[in-house]
Each structure stands twice: as structure tokens, then as C-alpha cells.
Design a protein around this ligand. Sequence first.
Ligand code: PLP
Length: 223
Amino acid sequence: MEVAANLAVIQDKIGQACTKSGRRPDEINVIGVTKYATIERTEEAVEAGVKNLGENRNEGFLEKYQNIGDKVTWHFIGTLQSRKVKDIIDKIDMLHSLDRVSLAKEINKRASSSVNCFIQVNVSGEASKHGLRAEEVIPFIEEIERYEKVHVVGLMTMAPHIEDKEEIRKVFQNLTSLRDRIKAKQIHHAPCEFLSMGMSNDYEIAIEEGATHIRIGSQLVGD
Ligand SMILES: *Cc1c(COP(=O)(O)O)cnc(C)c1O
């Protein structure tokens, strides 16, 4: 399928999820996750109107960035090794995987200006998943205050790969309520307005539960 056709289907579903939950489609940022896509397919997505792209590895990001440049907003959604921060930090617009103090420290050292970061949260507590446990997030935000270039714009999570939609929904609800608690504290370096949650299989549920950034790979640019 052409990316434009996939995007139309996704936009339709976003519209329905918004209607169901009393939200506006313009509150939802669609991030096209192109980690398995060729440059050609990625360019097709940009031409179809995708304004945000996400990559999860440095090599993949740099290759796409060299071809596409600043036409889109760039999201880094994968685990970022500290020694690789310097290669990408001034090129990306948002990092979705802040998960440790040592990474915040390295970002602060290497970035030339403030970096918009989502804290990755392992809401479901699966051992295989990256991210902080929910109860660790507020102490973490306090701890990184000294790294003044690290700006916490939101929280990110990945729901478990399960069939049970209500279990998935609970994960998203938990992230939203944690975000609400942090936002209410009005912390200067952590306004924490955004929620990066929802992928190809669960973005409609994520929107119903408050997602502002959905990360879509296979449904958008898959074949
Ligand atoms: C690959 C990936 C996605 C997109 O997954 P799809 O199921 O293909 O939509 C979203 N978020 C992260 C962190 C990913 O690694």
C-alpha cells in the first residue's frame, strides 16, 4: 500500500478515537517510525504529509537525517547509549527514551542547547522492557534538575504485546495519571505536558487515554 493510503486510514481512525473521547485530531502528533523503511519509503511518507519521523538507532537516524534534513521534526525513540549522545543530540528535536541519570548528565555535557526529553516509563514492570518504574519517575525528575539542558516535556511508554485491550488501556491510564501528577507540581524543568504512547496495534486506545504523540511504524510504512 502507498503511504498516503495508509496515512488516510490512520487519520480516519484517529478521528474516530478523538470523537469517542472528546479530543481534537490536531492534538495528536503522528510520528512515522521508519526504522525498517528504506530512504525511498521514508521520502514517500514525507511527501504524503508525515511531519514527524522516529528512528531507534543512531546509524538509521543519521542516514535518514542526511537525506531528509530539517523538513521534518526528528524523534529518537530507541535506547540511547551515552557514548553515542554526541553524534545525534544536536540533530534531534525530541528524545523519547530518557531512562537514567547518567544519560541526562551526558546530554547536558554534549548538547549545545536545551533538549526536549520524554522520560521512558516501564509501566507494566516487564523485566524485558527499558524505562523507569512509575514510582521512580518523580525522584528522577528531582535528581536531574541540575542538568539544566534536560527539559522533561513528557512521559513515554510501550504497552505489553498482549491481546487483552483492557490491560493495555490500564497501562496507558497509569501513564496519564502519572503525567497529571507531575504536571500539577509545575516543576520548571519538567512541564511534562505530553504523552508518547500508542503504536500500530494500540494507538486508538492510547488516544482515548490521552496520547499526544503516537509512534506508528508497520501500519504506516510497512508493506
Ligand atoms: C518500532 C517502534 C514503534 C513502532 O512500532 P509499530 O508496531 O511498527 O507501529 C514505536 N515505538 C518504538 C519505541 C519502536 O521501537
